[in-house]
Design a protein around this ligand. Sequence first.
Ligand code: EPU
Length: 332
Amino acid sequence: MPPHTACDLAPLHTLGLHAQARHLVHFTDNQQLEALLAEAERPLRVLGSGSNLVPGEMVDGTVIRVELTGRTLLGEDEDAWYVAAAAGESWHEFVQWTLAQGWPGLENLSLIPGTVGAAPIQNIGAYGVELKDRFHGLAALNLEDGSTCLFTPDHCDFGYRDSIFKQGQAGRWLITEVLFRLPKQWEARLDYGDLRSRLEGREITPQAVAEAVVAMRQSKLPDPAVIGNAGSFFHNPVVSSEQAADLRQRFPDLVAYPQPDGRVKLAAGWLIEQVGWKGRQLGPVGMYEKQALVMVNHGGASAADVKALMQAVQADVMARFGVPLSPEPIWW
Ligand code: EPU
């Protein structure tokens, strides 16, 4: 399995930037690991479907594209179904499959781009549910010594768009399989935004919730197949209650959500819109006209363009609100 040389990364990530990988390996079988560790040029970089990635123009080392497939019911008890999916499965197709089998719980996470294996890395979340709420465990290969490790939820240190796979252990693991616990006692989670009102007059079923979520996403978020993007480009910043109170005095319309720990999460999309970046371009990239938190590639962009716009937006938000914005995607 010799790595291919200088491979185009543009179709392998959703921002559609000009980018090449020095080496690319299609990882379809765990048995490939031994040869990879023996032969591949370092650093090793794990790629799913590239939906949260800003690749540079020439990515060094070896990109390992995870293409492991398979999904199955591991078992069930009185309280839950236990489902496993290989890392290379499409996230949305996996969610749809669980719903079709009659195992609800992931419906609020419908239509999130990306693969199953990437989902735990930034603890994907949408419309009031995060991956960690349904996570049971995962299997991963250690890219330093080739061993296999099973992670329980406690091992993963999940936070808002965060886990050990993004922090201390970044780059060390290739996630091969993710396990989910889907409770049999189903409760619709409808408290986010206008999800509940969208379902008015309809019978509330997991499928109906999934359809409402898909419709909401489609109305606000650009389809990467049509216009390059990596979803939300910044985290929603979390500030102290004192800073939030001060901001609310100066900006009565501030969009803010109190957190269980007393701090306050601000809507980055609102901050960006206030400083005038919604629908505005800098070179070939811009902040999306319907959702200011999403950076879009209007065509022909590279990582340098992304960085220039990122810094311009960060500087304007900092100057007006004194709030730092940190980027959500991973940079290579
Ligand atoms: N808003 C504006 N202007 C904008 C965009 C948003 O004023 O241009 C304000 C509105 O008040 C809106 C609020 O911000 O009600 C929140 O916006 P939205 O519901 O679109 O959610 P978000 O906070 O911008 C987060 C996630 C999304 C996820 C949605 C729904 C992050 C970084 N993003 O976005 O996740 O789909 O909530 O749960 O937490 C992603 O991570 O890639 C992603 C798309």
